[in-house]
Ligand binder design. Structure first.
Ligand code: HEC
Length: 149
């Protein structure tokens, strides 16, 4: 194989959903990317509350705003018809739309509460535990009902 062929193959893997991946521009690729960002953001926040990372109030407050913004975004990337491949979303997402939307709104409400909690002065880790657990609970509640693994 020439270098040129290898380059073409590598580019194909990057741009298409070839090679077992997911096209990052597809609705599935977009919602997965948002969910991953939500996980990444909340992991760092949890890390601060659990003492794995040093608590930085300003950073935590900024992350709460980011998480609240991210929480609004995945839902528009669930298309009208379920994809056949690569999705971990159960068919129930489409069959029980009202319940799915209810849990989406519950997440948004919990992240909004978390943002409010970060306005406390002085901002301390202890006061944020409860609101953060509510957010985590919202993630888990929906995954339990609507995600396959
Ligand atoms: C209203 C339902 C709902 C809520 C709330 C929710 N999720 Fe999910 N999440 C899903 C579904 C459905 C999938 C599967 C998406 C797919 O594969 O099509 C998913 C997938 C994911 C994934 C896997 C993404 C990937 O790369 O495959 C992560 C990580 C994730 N969610 C994190 C979170 C976090 C963190 C929260 C809370 C801050 C959260 N989710 C809240 C429904 C939800």
């Amino acid at each position: 194989m020439t270098i040129k062929t290898l380059t073409v193959l590598a580019l194909t893997c990057l741009t298409l959903s070839a090679c077992g991946g997911v096209d990052p521009n597809s609705p599935l690729g977009q919602r997965k990317a948002i969910f991953k960002q939500m996980l990444h953001t909340s992991e760092d926040m949890n890390g601060m509350l659990l003492g794995r990372l040093p608590f930085d109030g300003a950073q935590f407050a900024a992350s709460a705003v980011k998480l609240d913004q991210l929480a609004q975004q995945p839902w528009q990337h669930f298309p009208k018809v379920r994809e056949e491949d690569h999705t971990a979303a159960k068919a129930d997402v489409w069959e029980k739309q009202a319940r799915f939307q209810e849990l989406a709104r519950a997440l948004e409400a919990s992240t909004a509460q978390l943002v409010l909690a970060t306005r406390a002065q002085p901002l301390e880790a202890t006061g944020l535990d409860g609101p953060m657990q509510k957010v985590e609970g919202s993630c888990k509640a929906c995954h339990r009902e609507f995600r396959d693994h």
